[in-house]
Design a protein around this ligand. Structure first.
Ligand code: ATP
Length: 437
């Protein structure tokens, strides 16, 4: 499918089926912000759960954290954000639109009106949202909405290290909202001003930084492939010297082939000892680690994989979207990994019928505590299968008139469309076998 069509179709599907709505839509929408509907909230939650499971649950060297969005303003001075968290901004003199100077097309033409040579000199635009805490609006009450969750982790390094008794190498993971006053949000949920990030700071002995940086680059790439993004739509792109932050000893982006070309999906950075050293300096607290075995004290170096939950959900949607022809009819389906699919199993009585409904309810009650299910009895069974395919439901369980006699149901697979007859008594085990954990 042509790539621009793909984006339009995914956006339409999200609106039509209640995954993502424009925010404040009855007021005409609000500046590239989005709301997640009943199916979207399930998908995004599954994305975050899959990340948490891989990064925290399945490892004994990473623990979780959930820190406040509002933090002491000194945090953002120490981190360098107050001074340098900016993007270069240019105005088009012709149409007055504003753009990020580093995102302009090579032709030099204005992406909005096509004018050439119409841009002003670039000036630095600050990306942090400022607010005031408490009833007095003066310089002393200024606070910022966090533009990343990482600083909440750094300022809690000592708290976490001493309470968990973890020794480097170990990591602290966090998922939470972040805010950036982006100059040009766009491409649906790819770039927004309010988004969720999933970040992990991995603290290591200084001499091991390069090794762990390599390790996390490969691990993070593998995660996307494991959850169904084709390998040829992913690549690891190391930043060149110009692009590299001054404190970074190496940064790579996991890039995805979006409909508009390659773009960042996740960033993995070797941040050295920059963050802990700066916070030690600004707070006056000693943030070094004493290694008892080696009898030495050092400031750990940090490897950070950072990924947007919304951007990542978009990549999973784009990779999963397929259209195919089945017996002369178009079938739209999301080939989402079952761990990500909003609904895992749909329970479908063959028709709306007073004899079938009690059995369908019984089957639904059996499955509900273990899986996210949907019960749908409206319309023809063919149409209901299509509706489930379209939102990526991996399995449909159909209750028909034979069920009344044989206490068995039909289990249909989304991708192959094959059907199997399974006894209700064995249904939970059967389904569990079909689904990856
Ligand atoms: P860019 O250069 O594209 O603005 P960045 O390099 O500043 O992005 P990071 O600070 O590395 O981004 O953020 C880590 C991750 O958070 C990104 O890889 C992306 O997945 C996500 N992210 C960053 N900014 C946004 C945003 N405005 N909207 C949605 N997700 C975002």
């Amino acid at each position: 499918m042509a790539k621009p069509d793909l984006m339009e179709r995914v956006v339409n599907l999200c609106k039509r089926r209640g995954l993502v709505f424009p925010s404040s839509e009855i007021y005409g929408g609000f500046r590239s912000t989005w709301d997640y509907g009943p199916l979207g909230v399930l998908l995004k939650r599954n994305v975050k759960d899959a990340w948490w499971r891989t990064m925290v649950q399945l490892r004994d060297d990473v623990v979780g954290l959930d820190t406040a969005i509002l933090m002491h303003p000194r945090v953002w001075e120490a981190s360098g954000h107050v001074q340098a968290f900016t993007d270069p901004l240019v105005d088009c003199r012709n149409c007055k639109e504003r753009f990020r100077a580093d995102h302009l097309p090579e032709s030099g033409a204005c992406p909005n009106c096509g004018a050439k040579g119409s841009f002003t000199e670039a000036r630095q635009f600050h990306l942090m949202f400022k607010t005031n805490v408490g009833p007095v609006e003066d310089e002393g009450s200024v606070a910022y909405l966090r533009p990343e969750t990482a600083q909440g982790i750094f300022v809690n390094f000592l708290n976490v290290q001493t309470t968990t008794r973890k020794k480097p190498p170990f990591g602290i993971a966090q998922i939470g909202k972040a805010f950036r006053n982006e100059i040009t949000p766009g491409n649906f949920i790819f770039r927004t001003r309010e988004f969720e990030v999933m970040e992990m700071e991995y603290f290591v002995p200084p001499e091991d930084g390069a090794k762990w940086y390599e390790y996390w680059c490969q691990e993070r790439l593998r995660w996307f492939v494991d959850l169904g993004i084709p390998e040829d739509e992913l690549r690891l792109r190391p930043h060149d010297a110009e692009e590299l932050s001054h404190y970074s000893a190496g940064t790579s982006d996991v890039e995805y082939l979006y409909p508009w070309g390659w773009g960042e999906l996740e960033g993995i950075a070797n941040r050295t000892d920059y963050d802990l050293t700066r916070h030690a300096e600004y707070s006056g607290q000693d943030l070094s680690y004493y290694d008892q075995e080696a009898d030495r004290r050092y400031v750990p170096h940090v490897i950070e994989p950072a990924l947007g939950a919304d951007r990542c959900m978009l990549a999973f949607l784009l990779a999963a979207y397929h259209e195919e022809e089945v017996r002369g009819e178009k079938r739209t389906l999301l080939r989402l990994d079952p761990r990500l699919a909003p609904i895992t199993i749909a329970v479908l009585p063959l028709s709306r019928n007073e004899r079938l409904n009690p059995v369908a309810n019984e089957v639904a009650d059996l499955l509900r505590p273990r899986f996210m299910i949907d019960v749908d009895d409206a319309g023809s069974i063919g149409r209901r299968y299509r509706r489930q395919d379209e939102v990526g439901t991996p399995l449909c369980v159909t209750v028909d008139f034979d069920t009344l006699d044989d206490r068995a149901v039909t289990v249909r697979d989304r991708d192959s469309m094959t059907q199997e007859r399974v006894a209700i008594d064995k249904l939970v085990d059967h389904v569990q076998e079909q689904l990856p954990t």
